[in-house]
Structure formats: structure tokens, C-alpha cells
Design a protein around this ligand. Structure first.
Ligand SMILES: [Zn+2]
Length: 307
């Protein structure tokens, strides 16, 4: 949900979509927040109060994309530690349940050294802070470039190295698929869940980002697509949402908004996969078709035939 009109307004956006959980940024996601950028305390109390009234839980905050806790160079790393400290402070002030962060990029350095840097950056960022009940979730990545965290084993090592901190894992269907985990089939999904349970422990998985993928299986490219219009497909998405190993997790959409209404169309698709009927919110723009535009479906069909 957008915070462009303030934190409390993001709750109203979620309410209008009849969401029961939400994810926000706590500052601009692609710019460095000023040093020590805090949440106004009156706004934070208003936000907490309204969230309780609406019963919106869990609250997930996604960290800034510039943060690279694995950075080999001192300057990026110092900026990242300061940036992540700000994320932790704002997340705690807003009463968030989870702060999702990408592990970072190792550049030319070996993976073991990168994981050590992630752990010490995290420890430095969190030093002396009261995090309350906040959990830091490292997100599985597509493995683009030198991104750390596209293997379940890498996430396991990060959790191990960060053991003193309250840590967990965030999955992302588009990232798993692009990283080469075959979640598009029943058997592949079962095997992937087994591996996560074995290596990390299913109880550490708290949030699932539900995105279809524009990018091909195993491509290591991170491109999100509307539910059912990507390479994973609606049927496979349904199996993820209803997988017994993921029961009770927060399912969050990070799908694009290409035209007005794409947000509620994806929310509705997600509820339908979970077997819950969902109606278009009052005041939402009506469209001729009830779903995504037909031309997109056709374009996809043509594409898959020519592949
Ligand atoms: Zn994600």
C-alpha cells in the first residue's frame, strides 16, 4: 500500500480492498532517507490506533531497495547500516510485525564473506535498539546479478550467522520460480517446501509474497506479473496459497498496477484462490470485463504458443 498520503491513509487503502494484512514502505524505497529519519510520534500513534480499530494484521514493512548489507565497499555498507537502522526504528515505531529485507549483493566477493558481512551489518544496525516484537525477515531472491539469498541454503546460513537477532524468512513465488525452484508443479512445490522445512524450519517462514513471474523459470530475473498472467499461472498459485505447510502465513501481493483497478483485481484473484468470495469495492472503477483485459490474455496465449 502506498504511503504517499501518510501512514494512516495506507490503512484506509487496505480497508477499501478488504485486505486483512498489509505491506508498506516506511520511506521512499529508492532513495536514501535522510540520516535518522523518524516517524512523527503523533502520526505513529494515530496509525497504531486506526490499525487496531480495523483489525489489520500482520503489518509488513519492506526495507529500502538501496540497502546492501552484504556490500564489500565500506561506503555502501556504512550507508546501508545507517539506512537499515532507520528502517528498524521506523518499523518499531509503527508497531510492525515484520521488516522484510533483501540479503544484498556480494559483488565479486565469495558467498561466505558476504554472509559474514550481512550478519555484522545487521548486528551493527540493531545495536541498542528496542525492537519490541518486530521480526526481521530475509527474503529469498531471484538471484539476479550477484544477489545473495537465491538458495535456501544461503538463507539458512544467514539465519545462523544472525542468530542473536529476531529473524525469519519471507518467500516470494516469483523469486523462487526465477531462482529455479519448480513451484509451478505440485511435485516441485512439495519438494521445495520440504527443502525449506528441512534446511530452515517452516516456522521461520512468516510472509509469502504472491507474485506471478514475467521472467522464465530459472532465468534469475526478477519481474513480477499479475496473478494468472505470468509464467507460473493461476493453478500453481492456488496450490501455493493452499499449501498446508504455508497455512496461517501472511500472503502479500507485489503485483504491478498497469491500469486502474489492477490492485483489486489481484486481491480478488488471491481471495478466490483461497476459496473466499470477494466483491469489487464500492466506488472502484467498473470495467467491461470482470477480470484483467482480454488483450493481455491473448498476448500471453500467443507468447506461450510461440515459445
Ligand atoms: Zn518480494
Amino acid at each position: 500500500m502506498s504511503i504517499a498520503r501518510g501512514f494512516p491513509e495506507s490503512l484506509e487503502l487496505a480497508r477499501r480492498l478488504r485486505s486483512t494484512a498489509l505491506q508498506i514502505f516506511s520511506a521512499s524505497p529508492r532513495m536514501w532517507a535522510g540520516p535518522g529519519r523518524k516517524v512523527d510520534s503523533a502520526e505513529a500513534s494515530e496509525f497504531r490506533l486506526r490499525r487496531e480499530e480495523l483489525g489489520l494484521a500482520p503489518l509488513v514493512i519492506h526495507a529500502n531497495y538501496l540497502i546492501n548489507l552484504a556490500a564489500p565497499d565500506d561506503r555502501t555498507r556504512a550507508l546501508s547500516v545507517a539506512g537499515f537502522r532507520g528502517e528498524l526504528e521506523r518499523a518499531a515505531a509503527l508497531g510492525a510485525d515484520f521488516l522484510v529485507v533483501h540479503p544484498g549483493s556480494r559483488r565479486e566477493s565469495p558467498i561466505e564473506a558476504a554472509i559474514d558481512r550481512i550478519a555484522s551489518s545487521m548486528e551493527q544496525a540493531a545495536r541498542g535498539l528496542d525492537l519490541g516484537s518486530l521480526l526481521i525477515l530475509v527474503e529469498i531472491t531471484a538471484g539476479q546479478g550477484s544477489a545473495v539469498g537465491s538458495r535456501i541454503e544461503e538463507l539458512r546460513e544467514i539465519l545462523k550467522a544472525c542468530a542473536p537477532l529476531p529473524m525469519g524468512v519471507c518467500l516470494d513465488t516469483a523469486h523462487l520460480f526465477a531462482a529455479g525452484y519448480p513451484i509451478q508443479t505440485q511435485e516441485g512445490l512439495d519438494r521445495t517446501m520440504e527443502a525449506i522445512g528441512r534446511e530452515i524450519g517452516m516456522d521461520r517462514v512468516r510472509v509469502v509474497h504472491v507474485n506471478d513471474s514475467k521472467a522464465a523459470f530459472g532465468s534469475r530475473v526478477d519481474r513480477h506479473e499479475h496473478l494468472g498472467l505470468g509464467q507460473i499461472g493461476l493453478e500453481a498459485m492456488g496450490r501455493v496459497v493452499n499449501h498446508p505447510a504455508l497455512a496461517g502465513r501472511a500472503f502479500i501481493l507485489e503485483t504491478p498496477i498497469d491500469r486502474p483497478g489492477d490492485d483489486w483485481r489481484n486481491v480478488r484473484a488471491l481471495w478466490r484462490l483461497a476459496g473466499v468470495q470477494w466483491k469489487r469495492p464500492a466506488g472502484a472503477p467498473a470495467t467491461q470485463s470482470d477480470g484483467f483485459p482480454a488483450r493481455r490474455r491473448v498476448a500471453r496465449a500467443v507468447q506461450s504458443q510461440t515459445r
